[in-house]
Design a protein around this ligand. Structure first.
Ligand code: SF4
Ligand code: SF4
Length: 138
């Protein structure tokens, strides 16, 4: 499972970076964010303090959001890193297509035609998209 999470993280971050369609609207920073133990440790190392009040979740409004920018961007939680992708036990999803400009662009590039706000994505679809983007940009 860890190997899959790392692979998804690597691919999703790279796709998001190459597409570059995030307009920094910060809408995705107004949800309840699950916080893994490794996220907590990374953030604590980054800010040099402990996060006692966060019990497994960052509740909205996110305390790290300041003027539409993330104060802990290099150390942000895994869920924030892969957004607008969401990794659940049921699989990988592209979420909030209707409200996130980056998600809309990814959906179109994946060939999405129907109106949808959330779609399930396979790992091979992601790998194909990354390959297409890499060929385009390098
Ligand atoms: S909602 Fe989408 S476009 Fe807006 S900041 Fe988040 S990832 Fe970027
Ligand atoms: S940690 Fe950063 S990216 Fe994640 S919700 Fe908070 S402000 Fe947004």
């Amino acid at each position: 499972m860890r190997a899959l999470v790392n692979k998804v993280l690597e691919i999703c971050e790279e796709i998001n970076r190459l597409i570059g369609a995030c307009n920094r609207c910060s809408k995705c920073c107004h949800y309840r964010i699950p916080l893994l133990e490794e996220d907590k440790q990374r953030i604590e190392n980054y800010i040099g303090d402990t996060l006692k009040e966060l019990n497994g979740y960052i509740e909205p409004p996110c305390p790290f959001l300041e003027k539409n920018a993330c104060k802990i961007y290099p150390a942000r939680p895994l869920v924030c890193r892969i957004y607008p992708f969401l990794l659940l036990n049921e699989g990988l999803f592209l979420v909030n297509i209707n409200e996130c400009q980056l998600a809309q662009k990814i959906y179109k590039m994946l060939g999405g035609r129907e109106k949808a706000n959330i779609v399930k994505i396979s790992l091979s679809q992601l790998e194909d998209l990354l390959e297409k983007l890499t060929l385009k940009f390098y």
